[in-house]
Ligand binder design. Structure first.
Ligand code: NI
Length: 557
């Protein structure tokens, strides 16, 4: 591990620096929205540009890459830091490359579906877009430590995501530090748990946050996995970031709690206190020194603090290391279900169907899409019933597919007309969103949709009241929109507990490809696939209620 200051490399770089004013590339527009026609350029040629630029931070340069392909439907715009330290550069380049690789895979997949769709329908829907953006900020820096925040946003047609990943480096060695390395010991978790729980509970009770107290309690339990995303802001406050769904409904996205530095200052190691301008304690704790060499060796191999936030949330394990450091790494077979700890273990009464046999409800959102007919073939072949939460805009394009769903015994739920966040809409617009879709469905199958799944899982009391429908949430989210890998998606869903409502999207080829393995694995566990209505029978679903999973499970066989 060469820890040579790269004076030579820097000199070479200086000659190619483009000395324009540095503005890190911004996060761009909103996510979850389809591209407007104006965003699609008429140029057929891919365009790629790479630049290296000075930044407003000393000894930090900006490397930027921009690629525009597929007539503007695919856009990559990333920038990442370049420093005096080649180990820092290698790490930043590697994490950026992983993001770029993901973009290329996703863009190729979405472009292929676009071409298929266009060939089949002769239409040019604007939903087939892939926009990946990344820029960075330096949240704190001195001669010994530097904190980079990589700010990322991904937009893929109907779904999108934005998140920030923090990286901390020892500037003298180039070693990457994990979050626990900033603190004297693990007691910081307890403190963060108490402080954030208090702040979030206040927001829940004032209805500022779409969540409930159980949800907050689970998401703020004092584990390293729950608190592996903390950013230090230039004003010195600690920003604790909770992943989408960790403490609140998806509509809230990443939930942040800013804590005054003073509240946790005494838990920080001396070097960090110094960086942040906290008055130094008189005594120097022997354990307070960051052991850079040891840290580097383990940090290199670790996923810690690495943006796999939502995955680490439910599946992270804390690994004790010989150095006394603690790193969190995601483990295989990740699965996230909400409020799983709240699951009742009540026994079933003697009844039919899911009261007697183990069931799950497989649900597919955002379609129908080009892939849905293939999915229906698979479901038919395996004699599996599912529930489709369809978008009116898609039903309009693929009404045949929806009629087929109904014929083949699947259930059809309302996912609104064009996937807006209903919590931001006046009542009449909420109703319009549901009615437009419902009208189409009634024309096709002769009956209205029995329930609603709000886009982004976003609802509040007003949405509940205005919709006049039961709301079907989910208890298992395989994050299939993000990880476009059939094996990963299948592995997550295979672990679904009995009684689960499983969220998936039939707009991704990888998800559809995962379905045969999912069916085989769950059937192998003795689990039947039923529609949402079947899962709850004989209980009826009522308007203004939210259903997350089967409330009463069959007794053990
Ligand atoms: Ni959706």
């Amino acid at each position: 591990m060469g820890r040579i200051r790269s004076a030579v490399a820097l000199a070479a770089l200086a000659s190619v620096l483009i000395l324009t004013a540095c503005v890190p590339i911004g996060p761009g527009d909103d996510f979850g929205e389809a591209a407007t026609p104006a965003q699609i350029s008429s140029s057929a040629k891919p365009s790629i540009s790479i630049s290296l630029d000075t930044s407003k931070y000393e000894n930090v340069w900006v490397k930027a890459i921009e690629e525009v392909e597929n007539d503007g439907r695919s856009l990559l715009r990333v920038s990442y830091p370049f420093t005096e330290h080649e180990e820092i550069n290698a790490r930043m380049e590697a994490v950026t490359q992983a993001f770029v690789d993901e973009y290329r895979r996703t863009a190729a997949e979405i472009e292929a579906s676009y071409q298929e769709y266009k060939a089949e329908t002769g239409k040019e829907a604007a939903t087939f877009i892939t926009h990946f953006r990344q820029h960075f900020d330096v949240s704190a820096a001195d001669e010994s430590l530097i904190f980079f925040d990589l700010v990322r946003s991904i937009s893929t047609g109907g779904t999108g995501n934005a998140y920030v990943v923090g990286y901390i480096f020892d500037r003298r060695s180039g070693a990457e530090l994990a979050l626990p390395d900033l603190f004297v010991d693990d007691s910081y978790l307890e403190q963060l748990s108490v402080l954030t729980r208090e702040a979030l509970a206040k927001r829940v009770s004032s209805e500022e946050l779409a969540s409930d107290l159980d949800w907050v309690e689970d998401g703020t339990a004092p584990t390293a996995a729950n608190f592996d995303n903390i950013l230090i802001r230039t004003d010195g406050t600690f920003l604790v970031r909770f992943d989408k769904y960790q403490v609140a409904a998806g509509v809230e996205g990443v939930v942040e709690v800013a804590l005054p530095l003073a509240d946790i200052a005494d838990l920080l190691r001396p070097e960090v206190r110094e960086l942040l301008g906290v008055e130094r304690e008189a005594e120097e704790s022997g354990t307070g020194v960051i052991e850079t060499d040891a840290t580097y060796a383990v940090a290199e191999a670790a996923f810690a603090f690495d943006g796999a936030r939502s995955l680490a949330n439910s599946a992270g394990v804390s690994t004790a290391l010989p150095t006394g450091l603690s790193l969190t790494r995601p483990v295989g077979g990740l699965l996230q279900w909400f409020g799983a700890a709240r699951q009742e273990s009540s026994l079933s009464d003697e009844s039919v169907n899911c009261q007697e046999v183990a069931c799950v409800a497989l649900t597919f959102d955002d379609g129908p899409s080009f892939y849905t007919d293939g999915l229906l073939d698979i479901l038919k072949e395996h004699d599996v019933r599912a529930t489709f939460f369809v978008l009116g805009t898609q039903v309009r394009i693929q009404s045949e597919t929806v009629a087929r769903m109904f014929r083949e015994g699947h259930q059809i739920g309302n996912h609104t007309w064009d996937h807006p966040n209903l919590t931001n809409m006046p009542d009449d617009q909420i109703q319009e969103q549901l009615r437009l879709t419902d009208d189409l469905i009634v024309q096709l199958i002769g009956e209205p949709t029995p329930f609603l799944r709000p886009p982004y899982g976003a609802y509040n009391d007003r949405v509940l009241a205005a919709s006049g429908l039961p709301i079907i949430f989910w208890s298992v989210d395989p994050l299939d929109w993000r990880d476009r890998d059939a094996a990963i998606v299948a592995a997550r869903i295979m672990e679904a507990p009995v009684g689960a409502i499983i969220l998936a999207h039939d707009i991704h080829k990888s998800t559809v490809d995962a379905v045969p393995a999912i069916i085989n694995a769950l059937r192998g566990r003795g689990i039947q696939f039923v529609t949402v209505t079947n899962l709850f029978e004989p209980q009826e679903l009522h308007a203004q209620n939210v259903y997350i999973r089967q409330p009463e499970l069959p007794s053990e066989q």
